[in-house]
Design a binder for this molecule. Structure first.
Ligand code: PLP
Length: 381
């Protein structure tokens, strides 16, 4: 009997959209390493591909899957999350005004600031949890892009995408959302009015800490989107064949991993609120997080696998706690199967707005009690 409804996204992801290899019937598509494609005798390229930089057949399935999961019109995969983000900024007209969050993924914030310092764009950084602050910052007719990250590194502040989209669109700007930490399992920004969704696919989409990749998804296949597609092809920030294959494999378990990470992160966050050596737990799933209400409306199925803890005793105590963990791995990055802990201010370096007593935790898929017990022994007290 045929199902008379669309399969759940978890089904679509697990089966990679149900694609099989036409030549062999294989349920996994082969890696196609060709860099060039045969031209027809009459000088045409009827099969639609000519050179591997722009036309990699391996991209078709992961791009179609990301598009389906995000509810978009089209997607592209790129060499990294940074490549994806910078492709968007590079496609803006010279001198365009953009608004980005004050607190966000630090490498991108620095890149935007330096791109602005070189005169390519004009950038304002605002508290993106305040729609009033965003409204004050946009310049109607001049602002071309509002950049949102939600939940945002490393305080896990949540921006109301629908409100931000309305402000951006009224000013004549596009809104792009870095949805890396939510993943399409928890938030589909296009449904809330976003024009572009960006992922560091290095994180939850791949999920195994073994691929650097990025993706962009568009709500509409329009002129700006075609600039982004051309920006990847001619800019050359393409994803390698093995990485593309691994990303596709990783995405098949996306829902399992994200659901588990969310459940465990909630348990870890709740346990940490009771710990005597913790000054504050930052997790949007906690009722006392300043953006909990927005998160509860906007995120579905959980509040993500990322949280931060502020350790009593300041920087020294935070670094000493990180030194004592045995199950958590002391490493940067997020969204992998293994749980990671990092002293965030150390990785961001001088000028970081991050409190020096803050440890950023990426909750993986291990047994949650093991994670809590390890934190307890590392925190002491
Ligand atoms: C929220 C967010 N956006 C973008 C990036 C950059 O992605 P990548 O490292 O894949 O270039 C990261 C990386 O940590 C991130 O956490």
């Amino acid at each position: 009997m045929k199902a008379n409804r669309q399969p759940h996204p978890a089904t679509i992801a697990a089966q990679g959209l149900g694609w099989t290899d036409g030549a062999t019937g294989a349920v996994v598509l082969p890696i196609q390493p060709a860099t060039t494609f045969i031209r027809d005798p009459d000088n045409q390229y009827r099969r639609g591909r000519n050179y591997g930089r722009a036309d990699n057949p391996g991209y078709d399935q992961p791009e179609a899957l990301i598009t389906a999961l995000e509810g978009g019109a089209a997607s592209i995969v790129l060499a990294s999350g940074m490549a994806a983000a910078t492709t968007v900024f590079r496609a803006l007209p010279l001198g365009a005004h953009i608004v980005a969050p004050l607190v966000m993924y630090h490498s991108l914030r620095r890149w935007i600031a330096s791109w602005a310092a070189e005169g390519y764009i004009a950038a304002d950084f605002v508290d993106m949890t305040s729609l009033d602050a965003l409204r004050d910052a946009v310049i109607p007719g001049r602002t071309r892009l509002v950049w949102v990250e939600t939940p945002a590194n490393p305080l896990w502040s949540v921006t109301e995408i629908a409100g931000a989209a309305a402000i951006a669109h009224k000013a004549g700007a596009l809104i792009a959302v870095d949805s890396t930490t939510a993943s399409p399992v928890l938030t589909r920004p296009i449904e809330h009015g976003a024009d572009i969704v960006m992922h560091s696919a290095t994180k939850y989409l791949n999920g195994h800490s073994d691929v650097i990749a990025g993706s962009l998804t568009t709500a509409r296949d329009d002129e700006f989107w075609q600039k982004l597609v051309a920006g990847r092809g001619s800019g050359g920030a393409i994803l390698g064949n093995l990485e593309t294959y691994l990303l596709m494999r990783g995405m098949r378990t996306l829902h399992l991993r994200v659901e588990r990470a969310c459940r465990s992160a909630q348990l870890v966050a709740e346990a940490m609120t009771r710990h005597p050596n913790i000054a504050q737990v930052l997790y949007p799933g906690l009722p006392d997080h300043s953006n909990h209400a927005v998160a509860a409306r906007q995120m579905q199925g959980g509040f993500g696998g990322m949280l931060s803890i502020r350790v009593k005793g300041g920087e020294e105590a935070a670094i000493a706690t990180a030194a004592r963990v045995e199950i958590w791995k002391r490493a940067t990055s997020l969204g992998g199967v293994e749980s990671l802990m990092e002293h965030r201010a150390s990785i961001e370096g001088p000028g970081s707005p991050v409190p020096t007593d803050l440890l950023r935790l990426s909750v993986g898929i291990e047994d949650p009690q093991d994670l809590i017990d390890d934190l307890d022994q590392a925190l002491g007290g």
